[in-house]
Design a protein around this ligand. Structure first.
Ligand SMILES: N#[N+]C[C@@H]1[C@@H](O)[C@H](O)[C@@H](O)[C@@H]2O[C@H]12
Length: 449
């Protein structure tokens, strides 16, 4: 790979990503059980504008149209998640065959169009029936999750050859159990470490199960955000170490190194439990890849008021920011891939999410959506990924977030991340300029960057 060559390795997997609750709609159709997000969004005041995933992008009914659109765009891969409660309405026990059939048909349609499926087993929509039994706070969830994973492995493995256990366990814990902004909306210093640990035990149990029934690849999807100290002061340096441990090392160190970062006890104090060695053995299952979701970085300062990590983000006046107030910082992707390469012995990585919400212009009369900021974001981040590959990172694919504008959790439909515009009143899909640009990048395997 020469210095100015921007083509990517042969068979590099170019695609897009979505998640079940954010695009499917029909959350209770065909025998599906409710998830914690079904409950959360129907609790007044918890999502902007009272938005819900009741309809979302209506993908549960328009999935054939959406697969055809992916094929028309020349996409080669598609990362989607399975709604656990569609397949197991009670989270465990009796399988809902209609729910399982939806995903089986989706995979067959993808394969028929030459699109490789990458399947995430848990993307935040925990079955409500399991939350009623403690959810991620109940240690039994490790085998509940492994049993659910077993159902999916036996049904789809072979057609699906890239599995991910969890999506962004940090967000599940930080949003759902510490700060409460996401389902199930808890606010507890004591619950957060327990949820983290049980998420990782469940991940390990599912990977262990896969090794006995599966024949292909399985990994974990994490959101990593590089932390850069705002100054050389001891206080800012210490805050940056805490923030890095809390958001980045807290999930990958247990999986690859068999231990949590030492900063965790400093952050949580007496709320940080000691876990048995057997748990660490369960968590530390060998993975086939890391799924990396990269969005932004944080320039970090000491912030005693920012409980419990005591680290704050310093706004960069000259930078571009997205609609979710994230700094556009492509170099952070290169740096994060280098950190993975060096700390965890260069494991295979798929970029499982990368993208941005910008204020998009409306669909013009000629059918265009001129989302120039998103085109620029993609170009710079794909270039940053290429720089990491040139430096030796084993990156094997890139999934742009997201295929469609979709339900952005507690932010509702206010933030648009899609390469394809959704008119929520009519469900009309309109590929944006960024979709056309990405098509050219995919067709040229990166040469048209
Ligand atoms: N916010 N934001 C966009 C995107 C979210 O929509 C995904 O569901 C998550 O996996 C990850 O947080 C990233």
């Amino acid at each position: 790979m020469t210095q100015h060559d921007t083509t990517f390795p042969e068979h590099f997997l170019w695609g897009t990503a979505t998640s079940a609750y954010q695009i499917e709609g029909s959350p209770l159709a065909d025998g599906a059980g409710p998830s914690i997000w079904e409950r959360f969004v129907h609790t007044p005041g918890l999502t902007i504008g009272g938005d819900t995933g009741d309809v979302a992008c209506d993908h549960y009914r328009r999935w054939r149209e959406d697969v055809r659109m992916m094929a028309d765009l020349g996409l080669r891969a598609y990362r989607f998640s399975v709604a656990w409660a569609r397949v197991l309405p009670e989270g465990r026990g009796t399988v809902n065959t209609k729910g399982l059939d939806f995903y089986s048909r989706l995979v067959d349609e993808l394969l028929a169009h030459g699109i490789t499926p990458l399947t995430t087993l848990f993307h935040w929509d925990l079955p409500a029936a399991l939350d009623d039994r403690g959810g991620w706070l109940n240690p039994d969830i490790a085998h509940w999750f492994a049993d659910y994973a077993d159902v999916m492995f036996k049904a789809l493995d072979g057609r699906v050859r890239h599995w991910a256990t969890l999506n962004e366990p940090w967000v599940v814990t930080d949003g759902g159990y510490l700060h409460g902004a996401l389902a199930p909306g808890h606010r507890s210093l004591y619950e957060a470490p327990i949820a983290t640990h049980h998420l990782l035990r469940a991940h390990g149990a599912a990977v262990q199960r896969y090794r006995s029934v599966g024949k292909h690849q399985i990994g974990l999807v994490v959101n990593l955000e590089p932390k850069y100290a705002a100054s050389d002061s001891a206080a800012d340096q210490a805050a940056t170490r805490r923030a890095h441990a809390y958001m980045n090392g807290q999930y990958l160190d247990p999986v690859f190194l068999g231990r949590y970062p030492e900063e965790m006890r400093e952050i949580f104090g007496a709320a940080w439990p000691e876990w048995p060695a057997a748990d660490h053995e369960l968590i530390k299952q060998k993975l086939d890849f890391i799924g990396l979701n990269y969005y932004t970085r944080s320039v970090t300062r000491d912030a005693p008021e920012a409980w419990p990590v005591r680290a704050g983000r310093v706004i960069q006046p000259q930078a571009t920011y997205t609609e979710t107030s994230w700094e556009v910082f492509p170099q952070g992707l290169t740096d994060t891939l280098a950190w993975i390469r060096e700390r965890y012995a260069n494991p295979p990585v798929y970029i499982t999410e990368n993208g941005a919400a910008f204020y998009d212009p409306p669909v013009a009369e000629n059918g265009r959506v001129a989302d120039a900021l998103r085109v620029d974001y993609l170009r710079k981040h794909i270039g940053a990924m290429h720089a990491a590959i040139a430096a030796g990172s084993d990156v094997r694919g890139y999934m742009a977030w997201s295929l469609l504008d979709n339900f952005e959790w507690s932010l509702g439909f206010a933030k648009r991340f899609g390469l394809v515009h959704i008119n929520y009143a009519t469900q009309q899909r309109t590929p944006k300029d960024s979709a056309r640009y990405y098509s050219r990048v995919v067709a040229s395997n990166g040469a048209a960057l």
